[in-house]
Design a protein around this ligand. Structure first.
Ligand SMILES: [Zn+2]
Length: 391
């Protein structure tokens, strides 16, 4: 039976790490999350952000004065650098209307007849209402704010034959400030940041997909960036009410076929890792360069289209569960190729790039960095060193 329940999720003992969620009973919650299905009283004490995991020394600032209230880099952020990590403030099912569940959830009452208002009252009012509403122009603002800003996430659920049970939308107080539309450098459909949500910890991580300079707006893609231009524009207009005029959408008319070329490149990048020749077969073959060239060309196309962070394939639109960014997958593949060729110079060059990417990803990668350092010192210790030359 389909049962949705209200949950008040607590991500840490701190009262501000609280999230209002409407979840199906089959959703698996991480053991580290404290939860209560009771509505009870709101958070006690002064209301603060329920969401950011760490707030010290942020790499970003939020510009409240701008209409779009965007997020801007405060410092240089390296490619792969973690910009922030945060838990959601509100989670709702993606394909079920909240209004149809509201009576069963018993979340509305004399104070809040609108179920969105009732849920918003469970989290930080001030910060959540500071988010932009581009849908309802003030009427039913809480609903408009939610649907303007919510990101599509997937949760773990029992009964994997029913994927709809895993589809949710979540509002994040900080990441939801990131715009799609970049106003100054106009690279919106090739965003400089990508977010990933881990359903095991309910934590979102926002990372830079290329180096971001101080003052630059940090943007994420609101849509599947592999879509052709006409579909990207249609989706952005229908849900967020704007026509995208970024440099990827408004490719210069003086270049014949530029739109077709960009659409084709995006389509190829979307299926790149699914269509890739098998590494072991390449190892057994005679051609030295072909697999290396395939990766180098794809990296170049990713740079041109601004898709360094997006792997494509099955996870293209969902953007979830991928620990590494797309460009690091190319780097790792090139390390494998040069290692198999026993090419010391090429191998060291790509291991150094892999190391740079790992270091930018933060302290969690320390063990991996140690291994890369060892390979830099002693390439011949690489597990597949010279395999291709033996054929
Ligand atoms: Zn665009």
């Amino acid at each position: 039976m389909s049962v949705y329940r209200y949950h008040s999720l607590q991500f840490s003992p701190a009262p501000e790490h609280r999230c209002a969620a409407v979840l199906h009973s089959d959703v698996i919650l991480p053991e580290t999350i404290h939860q209560s299905s009771e509505l009870g009283a709101g958070p006690s004490g002064p209301r603060r952000s329920p969401s950011p995991v760490h707030k010290a020394r942020e790499a970003y600032v939020i510009n409240e004065r701008l209409d779009d209230k965007g997020m801007f880099a405060r410092v240089w952020i390296p490619q792969g650098g973690v910009i922030l990590a945060e838990h959601p403030a509100l989670i709702l099912p993606r394909d079920v209307k909240l209004e149809s569940l509201a009576a069963g959830l018993e979340i509305t009452g004399p104070q809040h007849s609108n179920p969105y208002d009732a849920l918003f009252s469970r989290v930080d009012h001030k910060e959540i209402f500071a988010l932009k509403d581009c849908l309802t122009k003030g009427v039913g603002a809480s609903k408009g704010i939610f649907h303007t800003n919510a990101l599509n996430i997937e949760l773990e659920a029992r009964g994997r034959d029913m994927p709809e049970l895993q589809k949710y939308q979540a509002l994040f107080l900080v990441t939801s400030r990131c715009n799609h539309r970049q106003l100054i450098v106009l690279l919106s459909c090739g965003p400089n940041a990508v977010w990933r949500f881990d359903p095991l910890t309910f934590k979102l991580t926002l990372s830079a997909v290329r180096r971001i300079s101080p003052g630059e707006e940090i943007t994420i893609s609101y849509i599947n960036p592999f879509l052709p231009r006409h579909l990207r524009r249609a989706k952005l207009q229908s849900r967020w009410n704007f026509v995208c005029h970024c440099n990827h959408c408004d490719v210069p008319w003086t270049i014949p076929g530029a739109v077709v070329q960009s659409d084709k490149a995006r389509q190829e990048l979307c299926t790149f890792f699914d269509d890739l020749p098998d590494w072991a077969e390449w190892c057994a073959g005679n051609d030295r360069r072909d697999l290396i060239d395939i990766h180098l060309r794809a990296m170049w196309a990713r740079d041109r289209e601004g898709l360094q962070g997006f792997r494509g394939g099955n996870g293209a639109a969902r953007n979830v569960n991928f620990k590494d960014l797309a460009y690091t997958k190319h780097i790792d593949a090139l390390v494998m190729c040069y290692g198999a060729l026993g090419d010391v110079e090429g191998f060291r060059a790509w291991v150094a790039k892999a190391r740079e990417a790992k270091v930018a990803g933060g302290p969690d990668s320390a063990a991996h960095v140690k291994v890369l350092d060892m390979w830099l010192r002693e390439p011949r210790k690489f597990h597949v060193w010279g395999w291709k030359t033996q054929n």
